[in-house]
Design a binder for this molecule. Structure first.
Ligand code: NIG
Ligand code: FE
Length: 413
């Protein structure tokens, strides 16, 4: 496929640039009035229209992108899209002013989703998750991470991970699976935390490793959920099976979550709506990526993360949706990018880099995804005609994504 007359070809980072730290996030290289050639699902070449080689300009399969921009697909590195049912009953409680913790304590929250998921069949879960994933892809997402964590029993955690495996087999995008049994303590383990951790370590992990069902391990390290010591135990057990951590940290309060994640070699720490100087100091000497989830802040009404502070400190920062039925019932990366600009005061260039190359890095996929470079996968989106790149986050709530290309082919769902 040859795409011609592209108003702006966005995200032309050198192929060996695998992650952007601090000020590097402000640099979003763009080629104006460009062409792009795709062969065998890969980016074969690109250049300016004024100097398009004649053998290329006669290429049989051409798409004109006049007035439109071409971006690398969004890379959404934090989602929980396998769930049995939505939770509007909690929406009303939230509107009445109940906090996330209060709803969870009243039997809502993660345990509410777990009760429903335990009753659902693998097929039912696959069908609904596939619908969600299809919608996300049509909104521009071309690589995704998906977590377990609504099973909370050996059987149901494995059921969730098998659903993710089926999604991997059936969708034309890369998918990473994260094992998150340490999402909440089931009611029967309320007063026996060690009992549940033993179940994760001795029962679940060996089975999951034997079936190779997970790429990463995650823990919800938070007051009322998993303590720092409990998190450490789970991460160390995961490491024995080669699972690297991506952890839920500092969502509702500052804890030692960041330190324990960094010590255990976490690929990313996610959320960080709460942070302080120590948080930044701990991350400064690490390669761990800070993944921010502004649509979670928006929905829960909790603070937005200090994106500017993290960037100023030179940290690598990524953006993701956190799509889940409790804190973020949306998988729309376009809205995440808008919120990053509007609420976290990121510049469009920073937000777009965070949603592409750094999102790919947070899934260890940035060698092949997340920017436009010769030899990388042709997972792209073509916008509607737009006056500028900034128009994409500026026009919040309205999708500017017109066409989605995955492995060099147009995706219609
Ligand atoms: O990332 N914080 C923990 N997990 C999810 C919410 C899960 C839920 O409420 O179902 C999150 O926000
Ligand atoms: Fe999450």
């Amino acid at each position: 496929m040859l795409i011609t007359n592209i108003k702006g070809l966005v995200g032309l980072h050198p192929k060996d640039k695998l992650v952007l730290r601090g000020n590097e996030l402000s640099d979003l290289p763009v080629l104006e009035n460009a062409w792009l050639l795709i062969e065998d699902g890969l980016i074969k070449d690109f250049g300016e229209m004024s100097s398009i080689p004649s053998q290329i300009s006669n290429f049989p399969s051409q798409v004109s992108a006049k007035g439109r921009y071409v971006f690398p697909s969004w890379c959404d590195s934090h989602t929980h899209i396998v769930f049995a049912a939505s939770r509007e009953e909690e929406f009303a409680m939230k509107i009445q002013g109940k906090s996330y913790e209060e709803i969870a304590a009243a039997g809502g929250g993660i345990l509410n989703s777990a009760r429903k998921l335990q009753k659902a069949t693998e097929d039912e879960l696959f069908q609904s998750a596939a619908q969600r994933l299809k919608q996300m892809i049509l909104q521009g997402t071309g690589a995704v991470e998906i977590k377990s964590g609504y099973g909370l029993t050996t059987e149901s955690e494995i059921k969730m991970l098998r659903v993710i495996r089926r999604l991997k087999d059936q969708f034309p995008i890369p998918i990473k699976a994260t094992f998150l049994a340490a999402h909440a303590f089931p009611a029967e383990f309320k007063n026996n935390h060690q009992g549940y951790i033993d179940l994760i370590v001795n029962d679940m992990l060996p089975l999951i490793a034997a079936e190779k069902l997970a790429d990463y391990i995650d823990v919800f390290c938070e007051k009322g959920f998993f303590s720092v010591e409990e998190t450490d135990q789970v991460l160390k057990a995961g490491a024995r099976y080669g699972l690297k951590p991506k952890i839920h940290a500092n969502q509702l309060s500052v804890s030692g979550a960041i330190a324990v994640a960094v010590e255990n070699g976490a690929i990313s720490v996610d959320h960080l709506e709460e942070s302080n100087e120590e948080t930044i100091a701990t991350l400064k000497n690490a390669d761990t990526i800070v993944t921010l989830l502004p649509s979670c802040s928006f929905y829960l009404g909790i603070p937005f993360a200090d994106a500017k502070g993290f960037i100023k400190a030179g940290l690598p920062m990524a953006l993701a949706t956190d799509y889940n039925p409790g804190s973020t019932p949306s998988g729309n990366m376009n809205f995440v990018i808008s919120l990053a600009c509007i609420k976290m005061k990121m510049f469009p260039e920073q937000a777009i880099n965070g949603a592409t190359l750094n999102g790919a890095a947070a899934m260890e996929l940035s060698k092949d995804y997340g920017s436009i470079a010769v030899g990388k996968k042709a997972n792209l989106l073509i916008t509607k005609p737009m006056p500028s790149i900034a128009y994409l986050p500026y026009s919040f709530g309205e999708s500017q994504v017109d066409q989605v290309i995955l492995n060099g082919e147009i995706y219609n769902g």
